[in-house]
Unconditional design. Structure first.
Length: 91
């Protein structure tokens, strides 16, 4: 996978016009310089509907965080609207 920049971790904010699942895909796309359609499907790592539902219900009184590997990268989705990519999962 081509990387546009080898400096990780990278943090992205979830755009209010996008679902959390879309934000994950676009965060990896932007961080790696890879077209979103060339990434593996998100459902190979996590159920996108469950991901969206989990963070739609999250609130500041009960912070939530989910970690998983997607497209070779360690991902962390945080209920405050951040998506963090923590580098190559194969390192």
């Amino acid at each position: 996978m081509d990387r546009s920049d080898d400096e990780f971790p990278k943090t992205h904010r979830v755009d209010p016009d996008r679902s959390v699942s879309e934000a994950v895909v676009y965060a990896v796309s932007e961080a790696t310089g890879t077209d979103p359609l060339d990434l593996e499907p998100l459902y190979t790592a996590v159920d996108p509907d469950c991901l969206d539902e989990l963070f739609a219900r999250a609130d500041s009184a009960r912070p939530a965080e989910l970690r998983f590997t997607f497209s070779g990268y360690e991902m962390t989705v945080i209920s405050d609207g951040r998506v963090r990519i923590e580098g190559d999962a194969e390192d």
